[in-house]
Design a protein around this ligand. Sequence first.
Ligand code: NI
Ligand code: MN
Length: 229
Amino acid sequence: MRIKFLGHASFLLEIGDHRVIIDPFISGNPQSPISVDDLPKVDYILVTHGHGDHMGDTVEIAKKYDSIVITNFEISVYLEGKGVKTHSMHIGGKYEFPFGTVKMFPALHGSGIVTNHSVIYGGNPCGFLIRTDEGTVYHAGDTGLSMEMKLLEMEKVDVAILPIGGNYVMDVEDAVIAVDFIKPKMVIPMHYNTWDIIRADENKFKNLVEGKGIKCSILKPGEYVEIGR
Ligand code: NI
Ligand code: MN
């Protein structure tokens, strides 16, 4: 599996012949290494919550490629109204897709969809556990540190993608505690340095994580790691 960072909280997973994008915030994303037109065909789009820096270009991409959006029930209803195909799930639910099994984990955050200066209810925010033949990835979405993350230890996570930018989400110190809870083989930090309000020292995070004997891969936008076969 190839895990490619597209800046902020957006990741493109290539799993065998399948392409899956998580939180496709591309046009408006100051860190994005590509434009929406450059994005290759994606089969599935996973959306962790309704905020603009995560839902991003979901509607445009899904319509262009006839992709299926996997997200919570409330966002799913919203997107269906925009003419997008969805597969709705909810917290604690698990479903087998052609690329692997997705399980929705809780995130401590909001999920409102902003439109015309008002907010539409967007259900509960989530993180995704994606279990494939080529490894198991957890993308936390936007979240504060939570005790629920302890449940991830028994999922034997290969790669945990965690926010470290603070203010809206965990900061470096809390994300290090999350690593203690999850005990993954590898960690990739996200959701930092996109804007001034989420400045974080990714090298400090890496040193703290690697001090525990866990690999930490800091990816620049456009860079990737490969795991599994
Ligand atoms: Ni958010
Ligand atoms: Mn966010």
